[in-house]
Design a protein around this ligand. Sequence first.
Ligand SMILES: C[S@@+](CC[C@H](N)C(=O)[O-])C[C@H]1O[C@@H](n2cnc3c(N)ncnc32)[C@H](O)[C@@H]1O
Length: 238
Amino acid sequence: MSAGARHERLLEAARETRGFMPDEEGLALALVAERSTLAGFSSVVEVGSYCGRSTLYLASGIARALSLGAASAVVFSVDHHHGSEENQAGFEHHDDTLVNRETGRMDTLPLFRRAVEKAGAEDLVIAVVGDSPTIAARWKADAGLVFIDGGHGEAPAWADYRGWAPHVCEGGWLAIHDVFADPADGGRPPFEIYKRALSSGEFEEEPGAQTGSLRVLRRRSGSASRSSPHGSDPSTNS
Ligand SMILES: C[S@@+](CC[C@H](N)C(=O)[O-])C[C@H]1O[C@@H](n2cnc3c(N)ncnc32)[C@H](O)[C@@H]1O
């Protein structure tokens, strides 16, 4: 690892960590975390830690803000660490080396912990281990940035949107990964929740922040956080 500034070392660590975050999108994500921390928000929430790759991009953004004089901030990274449906055996994004041989289940928590420890980021990253909607329903702290990259199926994506979007502070950011306008490029649910966030009137596009499949929205002033996002969605109709 290089002897550069801390945020650069964290970027390097992110790039060396297993995961699904392309570098260009990770850099864009780090920039939003930096802006959130510089704006004075003390919490970032990430849904979908996996092995810690996107987490370390977020930590890098916080570290850069701290180097510029911002007050402290941390990433709460939420994951049950047993993988999404698309990570299970037989699916496209399965990695057999992540299966615990004793239980037969996916377990990314040891790799996540090791990645954060190896990067020297334990002061910036807090693992929150469990089911995302269950945690969201009981979560009390608002966040300057919520990054949604959990399960990409219809039910989990909508549950993450409904559970976590209300925790974005006024003036804070909501980032969503794997948003594809063209169904040929990827699944619909992340695109659908992104469209719903916009049509709710509570969020607007953050100019210049859209990179690859990463979409970044900002909560409009005057739209209260922790209210349910408006409108119905597929998972509430069932
Ligand atoms: C696409 S991966 C996250 C990738 C990661 N952000 C990266 O940069 O590599 C999605 C993660 O969401 C987690 N996940 C899926 N459904 C969940 C749920 N209901 N509660 C908690 N975590 C969940 C999975 O365990 C998986 O690690």
